[in-house]
Design a protein around this ligand. Structure first.
Ligand code: BGC
Length: 453
């Protein structure tokens, strides 16, 4: 009888089957601006100002405003149990305090369309975009922003609440604040405004609390949470880099967690931002969006990135690079770190996004298998993880990168709207069918070469 390690050392990969809990929610996530086409929000202005690095136009995107059913059919055929979509605030409230019932009706059709196909809709209320009037009047720095968001949430819950059980108030408040107010990568394009970024996050936490209350009032059985982006910051070297990495980790990964966990920020950030009343424990689940690891080093020449240099070493698994920067190391173990952080809130956890930009689908299957391997191990250790949503179904408009980065299980030609299934779609479909996957006991190496030069 040979031992497992003997077999493995001779290159024989033993297989074991990782079974997921009954009713595990397998799905995908999407966002209105990235899939609907022809929106009129602050990102439309950003694009018109020439700020999309690839120079691409969002155009019809995946044409969902006209024909979401084409992709819903694909989602059903893959076997998806859940689909997260965002409801575009700028369509529903195009002018301040004027609500468009036709837009809400259109969203009702979409949610019904998903339900008819046996797919659980998960509604997100803010996925980076909002109406122009909101942006022009200060967005989340406007003192009444929480109440304005609550009014919008109430209108939506009134309009579609009977069709939806799962609600995400905010997608990635940390990315929104960091990219919009510190890095200048998203509208409003401000740089180095750390305190405004913290203020934006406190305002969003207040908005989250009010929306949570409004949704529960109208849809008592609703499950309401938010989706937190989590990045692993790996110190490049010694003590200074470790200090820098810890600062970044705290600012980027922990601020919003702290607001919901304790209802306030801890020192020194509490000097600028007071308590967020009633935020403590205000969520029914935590959503996690997990993609990458970055290496971090002190760099005194870079004040706009808080004196840090983020980089991805050669020879680590990674997808296609963006126009100016690498997207990040594809790092399935990030899921474990994120789950351990989220578990401190004591609520059920859903992986709400995980994926990789990979037009040739050379690394995505590896990522899916290894992310699920991490998840399964965490579940076995007793973590209450209830679902995995892949980012994303069909290639869509990737913010500043336009059409350059392709995250879809399904390839899209935006000009012809032609769809082609990638092998990852077939792999994911089999995993859902079997509610689990057979894995080699040894981790397979991914293909490391970069596809896009
Ligand atoms: C965002 C998505 C985005 C994805 C890939 C996430 O941070 O929520 O909108 O497309 O990452 O970059």
């Amino acid at each position: 009888m040979q031992s497992m390690s003997e077999l493995e050392s001779r290159g024989t990969h033993l297989e074991s089957f990782l079974r997921f809990p009954k009713d595990f929610l397998w799905g995908v996530s999407t966002a209105a601006h990235q899939v609907e086409g022809n929106n009129c929000n602050q990102w439309t202005d950003w694009e018109q100002a020439g700020r999309i690095k690839s120079g691409d136009a969002c155009g019809r995107a995946c044409d969902w405003w006209e024909n979401p059913e084409r992709d819903f059919d694909i989602a059903r055929d893959i076997g998806l149990k859940a689909l997260r979509l965002s409801l575009e605030w700028s369509r529903i409230e195009p002018e301040e305090n004027r609500f468009d019932q036709k837009a809400l009706q259109r969203y009702r059709q979409m949610l019904e369309g998903l339900r008819e196909r046996g797919i659980e809709p998960i509604v997100c209320l803010h996925h980076f975009t909002h109406p122009r009037w909101f942006e022009k009047t200060g967005a989340f720095l406007r003192p009444e922003a929480p109440q304005l968001f609550e009014r919008f949430a109430r209108e939506v819950a009134n309009g579609v609440g009977d069709l939806c059980r799962f609600w995400v108030t905010f997608n990635e408040p940390n990315v929104y604040a960091a990219c919009g107010y510190v890095l200048g990568e998203f509208p409003p394009g401000r740089k180095g405004e750390l305190f405004n970024a913290l203020r934006v996050n406190s305002m969003q936490a207040q908005a989250h609390v009010l929306a949570y209350g409004a949704i529960h009032q109208l849809v008592p059985e609703a499950q309401v949470g938010w989706a937190q982006h989590y990045v692993v910051f790996e110190p490049a070297g010694g003590i200074v880099d470790r200090w820098v990495a810890t600062r970044l980790d705290r600012l980027f990964n922990h601020v919003f967690f702290e607001l919901i966990e304790d209802g306030r920020l801890s020192f020194p950030f509490n000097l600028w931002n007071g308590r967020v009343r009633d935020a403590k424990g205000c969520c029914d689940f935590v959503g996690l969006n997990v993609y990458s690891r970055f290496h971090v080093a002190l760099d005194l020449r870079q004040p706009s990135t808080l004196f840090t240099r983020l980089y991805v070493p050669e020879h680590v698994p990674q997808g296609d690079p963006g126009v100016e920067n690498p997207y990040g190391e594809a790092y399935p173990q990030a899921i474990t770190r994120a789950v351990k952080r989220a578990a401190r809130l004591g609520k059920p956890i859903y992986i709400m996004e995980n994926g990789v930009p990979d037009a040739a689908d050379r690394i995505r299957p590896w990522l899916i298998v290894n992310a699920l391997r991490e998840l399964h191990r965490l579940i076995e250790c007793g973590h209450d993880i209830r679902g995995y949503l892949h980012w994303t179904l069909t290639d869509n408009f990737e913010w500043n990168e336009g059409w350059r980065l392709r995250f879809g299980l399904v390839e899209l030609d935006p000009a012809t709207q032609q769809r082609t299934l990638r092998s990852s779609a077939r792999l994911f479909s089999e995993i859902i069918r079997d509610n689990g996957l057979a894995v080699a006991t040894r981790n397979e190496e991914p293909l490391l070469s970069k596809a896009i030069p």
